[in-house]
Design a protein around this ligand. Structure first.
Ligand code: MN
Length: 240
């Protein structure tokens, strides 16, 4: 009886070893889990559910096969794949969750989030985030042809490089005040997120109480998973 959590795989055709490990994970350990939660950035980039990219088609088929076996599988948007929509959900059988969502795990309320919304020190990023999460902006973008969206993505990447953002590929960490605010609003004792690529379990003290912040790692060099059972959560790496 284990519930599995992963995030930040950043799947793309150029890094097939990540996809191979993910497909092995689906066919292996995950196939006997009670549920699987994917907390964002499953894909390196998502141009829209109509993207004919064959590599992503291959991953979608594997997800379909997995969910057809009856295991509840949930997906939350990351900052790389936030345009995943209803068609993807229908094709794969993944249920899309709002960010954040509170779930009850073995009697404990846990807040799930991708994590980027708490990176408030990066003001420019939060401005871009606000723009790109606007339904009107998304509708405008998804109305463009795939070719136009590819050109837009390349341009956005070049602008990001020009700002020096991608020089180190370092993602800014969460802001502690934003973490406390999120915990206070949701009134949970534990939050679980990805995005920062800094896997750890932190204790957060505030308002005279203490909460836990569990951070999943990325899959660039190895897998990262939280295995949650009646004993509680375990954050572990999965060697390639
Ligand atoms: Mn992210």
């Amino acid at each position: 009886m284990t519930i599995l959590f992963i995030s930040d795989l950043h799947l793309e055709a150029n890094r097939p070893e990540i996809g191979e490990q993910f497909l092995d994970f689906l066919a292996g350990e995950a196939a006997t889990a009670d549920a699987l939660y994917i907390l964002g950035d499953l894909f390196e980039a998502w141009l829209g559910d109509d993207d004919p990219n064959p590599y992503y088609g291959h991953i979608k088929l594997a997800l379909r096969k997995f969910t057809d076996s009856g295991i509840p599988t949930y997906f939350m948007h990351g900052n790389r794949d936030f345009t995943i929509g209803a068609r993807f959900s229908e094709e794969t059988g993944l249920e899309i969750l709002d960010d954040p969502t509170v779930v009850s795990l073995y009697g404990e309320d846990v807040l799930l989030t991708h994590g980027d919304a708490m990176c408030t020190d990066d003001v420019q990023y939060q401005q871009i985030r606000a723009m790109t999460r606007d339904p009107a902006w998304q509708a405008m973008m998804l109305a463009k042809s795939i070719e136009e969206r590819i050109a837009f993505a390349i341009q956005a990447r070049q602008e990001s490089l020009a700002r020096g953002e991608a020089l180190s590929d370092e993602i800014m960490d969460v802001n502690e005040d934003a973490v406390v605010e999120t915990l206070r609003e949701s009134n949970v004792g534990t939050m679980l997120h990805g995005h920062t690529h800094r896997p750890a379990i932190h204790v957060v003290n505030f308002d005279g109480r203490s909460a836990k912040r569990i951070v999943l790692g990325d899959w660039y060099e190895q897998g990262s998973v939280v295995r949650w059972d009646a004993e509680g959560p375990r954050l572990e790496t999965m060697p390639r």
